[in-house]
Design a protein. Structure first.
Length: 416
C-alpha cells in the first residue's frame, strides 16, 4: 500500500494539494491557453491582404538585367540575350541592343515600359517566332502556310534579309511570291477593264465638260441611269438584228426584189444606229488618243466601215458600167465586185460588239490575252495532229480511183 501511494503521488507531482481540475471558467480557459486569443491567430481570409502584398511588392525595386532584352510583340513576351542579337547589328533588335542613346532606342520600338523594362512592338507575334528562331540559330525558316506579302513586310520591318533562309525554302518562297504578284497584277488589270470608267474626274476643266460627261455615261455606263440601260439593250438588239439580216440575205428565197429591199433597209437602219453611237463616243471622249487605241472602239469602227465602203464601191461600179465599156474596165468592175463581197463579209465582226455590254465576253478576251502562249501551244498540237492524220490519209487513199484525197491539203478538211 505504501508503494501504491507513492506511485500515485508521482503521477500528479505537479498538482498542488487543494487545486481543482477540469473546472475552469471560459474566461480562465482563454487566459490559460494563449493560442485561443484572437490577437495571436491570423484570420483565414488571405484575400484581405492582396492590396497590402501588391503595395509591398511595388515598393521593391525591379532588378534590371542589362544582358537581356525584354521584347513584347503583340502581347507576347520574349527574352533574348543582347550578345545574340548584337551579332546582327543592322537589324532592328541588333540596333536596340547596341544603341546607348535612350532617345534612339525609343524610335526603334513602339513603346517602352520603364517599370517592366520591356520594349513593345505592335507586330504579328506568330511571325516573330521565326524571327526569334533566326536570332538563336542564324537560319530563317519559312513555312508554306505563310502569306508571302505579310512575311516579307515583317522581315523588312525587323531588318532581316531573305538570304538568311535555306536555299530550298527561298526558291519555293520566291516562286510563290512571283505567282502571287502575277495573280494580283492580273486581277487588278481585269478589274480595271471590267469596271466602268469613272469619268467624273476626266472631264473637269474641259470644254463642255458636263455635257460630254453626261453623254459618256449615257453610252459607256449602262448602270448610271435608266436611259443608259435602254441604249445598251438597243445596241445589243441592233447587233443581233444585223447578224440575222446578213444571214438571211444569203438565203435564195430572200434574194428577190422585195426581200432584198427589206434587207437593205434593215442594214441601213443598223448602220445609222452604229454610226451615231460611234460618233457620240468619239465626241464625248476625254482623250482622243486613248479612244483610238481602245480595242472595243476599233471593233465599232470595223462594224460600220463595210456599209460605207459598200456604198462607195457600188457607185464606182455604176460609173464604170455607164461610161466605160472597154474590156479592161469590165475586168476592173469584176475585181471590185469580189472586193465588195469581202467587205460585206466583214460585217460578221459586229457580233464582237456584244462584248462591250457583256462582262463574261470581256473576261474571256482578257483571259485569252493573258494566256496567249498556252493558246498558241494548243493550236500547235492541233496542227500537228491535222498534218499527221492528213498525211496518213493521203498516203492510203491517193491511189484509189475517184478519191477526194488527191493531195494532203485536201485531206486537211477530213483531219480537222
Amino acid at each position: 500500500m505504501g508503494r501504491l501511494g507513492r506511485r500515485r503521488a508521482s503521477l500528479s507531482a505537479s498538482l498542488k494539494p487543494g487545486a481543482r481540475r477540469g473546472c475552469r471558467t471560459p474566461e480562465e480557459e482563454e487566459v490559460h491557453i494563449p493560442f485561443a486569443q484572437d490577437s495571436l491567430v491570423k484570420q483565414w481570409s488571405s484575400m484581405q491582404n492582396v492590396a497590402d502584398w501588391s503595395q509591398e511588392e511595388s515598393e521593391v525595386p525591379i532588378r534590371r538585367n542589362k544582358y537581356f532584352l525584354n521584347i513584347n510583340v503583340g502581347g507576347k513576351l520574349f527574352h533574348i540575350a543582347c550578345r545574340v542579337v548584337a551579332r546582327y547589328p543592322v537589324t532592328r533588335l541588333g540596333k536596340l541592343a547596341t544603341c546607348t542613346d535612350p532617345t534612339k532606342k525609343l524610335k526603334l520600338c513602339d513603346d517602352y515600359s520603364v517599370r517592366k523594362n520591356e520594349y513593345f512592338f505592335d507586330r504579328d507575334p506568330s511571325i516573330f517566332h521565326y524571327i526569334f528562331h533566326f536570332y538563336c540559330s542564324g537560319v530563317l525558316w519559312i513555312m508554306d502556310e505563310m502569306c508571302p506579302s505579310n512575311f516579307v513586310e515583317e522581315i523588312e520591318y525587323w531588318g532581316i534579309q531573305l538570304k538568311h533562309s535555306q536555299r530550298c525554302c527561298r526558291i519555293l518562297f520566291e516562286e510563290k511570291q512571283d505567282e502571287l504578284s502575277e495573280y494580283l497584277k492580273i486581277q487588278k488589270e481585269l478589274e480595271a477593264e471590267l469596271e466602268p470608267v469613272d469619268s467624273a474626274e476626266q472631264f473637269e476643266g474641259k470644254c463642255l465638260g458636263k455635257f460630254r460627261r453626261a453623254i459618256w455615261n449615257l453610252i459607256e455606263n449602262p448602270y448610271s441611269s435608266v436611259p443608259a440601260k435602254i441604249i445598251a439593250v438597243m445596241s445589243s438588239f441592233f447587233v443581233l438584228i444585223s447578224i440575222v439580216g446578213m444571214t438571211l440575205s444569203t438565203v435564195e428565197e430572200m434574194k428577190h426584189k422585195t426581200g432584198k429591199k427589206w434587207m437593205e433597209q434593215m442594214e441601213m437602219i443598223c448602220a445609222i444606229f452604229f454610226t451615231s453611237e460611234y460618233l457620240m463616243r468619239l465626241i464625248s471622249s476625254s482623250s482622243l488618243k486613248n479612244f483610238l487605241r481602245a480595242a472595243l472602239n476599233a471593233i465599232d469602227l470595223v462594224a460600220i466601215l463595210p456599209f460605207y465602203i459598200q456604198i462607195l464601191f457600188e457607185n464606182l461600179d455604176e460609173g464604170e458600167t455607164l461610161y466605160h465599156e472597154e474590156l479592161h474596165k469590165v475586168e476592173n468592175v469584176s475585181k471590185l465586185g469580189k472586193v465588195l463581197k469581202l467587205i460585206k463579209l466583214m460585217r460578221i465582226f459586229r457580233i464582237l460588239k456584244l462584248a462591250r455590254h457583256s462582262t463574261g465576253l470581256r473576261a474571256f478576251g482578257f483571259t485569252m490575252r493573258q494566256c496567249y502562249q498556252q493558246v498558241c501551244c494548243l493550236f500547235l498540237f492541233i496542227a500537228m495532229g491535222v498534218f499527221t492524220f492528213s498525211a496518213l490519209m493521203h498516203s492510203v487513199e491517193h491511189d484509189v480511183p475517184g478519191t477526194n484525197f488527191t493531195s494532203i491539203p485536201y485531206a486537211w478538211w477530213w483531219a480537222a
